[in-house]
Design a protein around this ligand. Structure first.
Ligand SMILES: O=C(O)CCC(=O)C(=O)O
Length: 391
């Protein structure tokens, strides 16, 4: 039997869809089967030059995503889970509140950058709105949460590296940064980092969309021009609570998602598959891929540590899209300033895992720049996400 058995959650989730319950159940079940039949999952492998294995690169290019299994080992995973629990204890008690549930100053309350976003349980807050330059073209079905559900639940935490040391350390995972180096070049640049929080019975949907905003009409357009996200799974990811993608759509430019929904006869896009993961797996997901997630009406939690990287040429001297941070032209100086968090993360990771060989980030090593993670550095990265390289 497969290690992935979500039948109880699939039944519970499908039952929220009323007349469409059977269709939802069939879609979730079939999607799981089709996802597991794809040839895009397994451990990270490198060739003798230290580059990502060619077969993995081919599968990533073909489908637009790849599930790297068991990247985060049990010790690190336990550290992340404990850190996230502590972090959540420090969230404001409600939207707009200044204190956490213990009456302490809550995280992010004095930050200028985007911080914690809340949502109505099982809603779709972005679908069919102008949020993020209108990239979520359709509204997904909003489901009814339990009568005792809170009015608003934590949904997305932006600028997450300033709030979670464990997320900061994972950001510098040497294998993941080597993947970023193979795909985006040794001068790769950061993008942005968030946590997606999808608690069972509460987590909201993120309607179908493509992430890129800037280069759709660029004569140099290709499948990698808007970069990729790593999606590290803290508790795993299922057809019910996970992101779904439409494989191959990262290659074909800007898509008409409304037409895709019409062609499929419902929001259940016919060619989509879910990202199916165990805790500790990390997905690499092309930002141009059509993707989204349904409201989590199942029993398993999902929390994704999202962090993306770009090719330098995609951001250097490019005007930002204004989605993740205020729009401006990304000069060399801005990119260098935003990249500091990579240096701090590598040192933070070395302090915790001194026996691991740290990643060497070439843009700093060629200039003999080094970084030390300490209280001063922690203060320095406050609001670092105001410089997210948003394209
Ligand atoms: O994690 C999710 O539910 C949505 C992720 C997503 O849309 C993104 O990373 O762009």
């Amino acid at each position: 039997m497969s290690k992935f058995n979500f039948s109880k959650s699939i039944d519970a989730c499908a039952s929220h869809y009323g007349d469409e319950a059977e269709a939802a159940k069939e879609y979730l079940t079939e999607g799981l089967r089709r996802a597991l039949a794809l040839d895009n999952r397994g451990p990270i492998k490198f060739d003798e030059d230290g580059k990502l294995d060619e077969k993995i690169l081919d599968a990533y290019s073909r489908h637009g995503f790849y599930v790297f299994e068991s990247v985060i080992k049990p010790r690190e995973l336990a550290d992340i889970q404990a850190d996230i629990a502590e972090l959540r204890d420090r969230f404001p008690i409600a939207p707009g509140a200044a204190v956490d549930k213990a009456g302490r100053k809550a995280i992010g309350v004095d930050c200028k950058g985007a911080g914690l976003r809340w949502s109505k349980p099982l809603s779709d807050p972005f679908g069919g709105t102008t949020a993020s330059n209108g990239r979520h073209q359709v509204k997904l079905t909003e489901l009814s949460a339990a009568l005792d559900a809170p009015e608003a639940v934590p949904f997305i935490l932006s600028g997450s590296l300033q709030f979670s040391d464990a997320a900061l350390r994972t950001y510098a995972h040497p294998d993941l940064l080597r993947v970023a180096e193979t795909i985006n070049g040794e001068d790769f640049a950061p993008f942005n980092e968030v946590l997606f929080i999808k608690d069972p019975g509460l987590g909201a949907a993120v309607s179908w969309h493509q992430d890129g905003d800037t280069h759709w009409d660029n004569p140099e357009f290709d499948e990698g021009i808007h970069g990729f996200n790593f999606m590290a799974q803290v508790y795993g990811s299922s057809p019910v609570n996970g992101v779904w993608t439409v494989p191959g759509t990262h290659k074909v430019g800007k898509m008409d998602v409304k037409a895709m929904v019409e062609d499929s006869g419902s929001e259940r896009l016919s060619d989509a598959v879910p990202l199916v993961c165990e805790a500790g797996d990390v997905v690499i997901c092309n930002r141009q891929l059509v993707h989204g997630s349904f409201a989590n009406a199942g029993f398993e939690p999902r929390l994704t540590i999202n962090f993306g990287f770009h090719r330098r040429s995609s951001v250097l001297n490019v005007k930002g899209a204004g989605i993740h941070s205020p729009s401006q032209i990304y000069t060399d100086e801005i990119i260098e300033e935003r990249s500091k968090v990579i240096g701090y993360a590598i040192d933070a990771r070395s302090q915790k895992y001194p026996h691991e060989e740290p990643f060497v980030y070439k843009p700093f090593s060629v200039r003999n720049k080094s970084f030390t993670w300490c209280d001063r550095a922690r203060a320095e990265i406050k609001d670092y996400n105001l410089l997210d390289l948003s394209i």
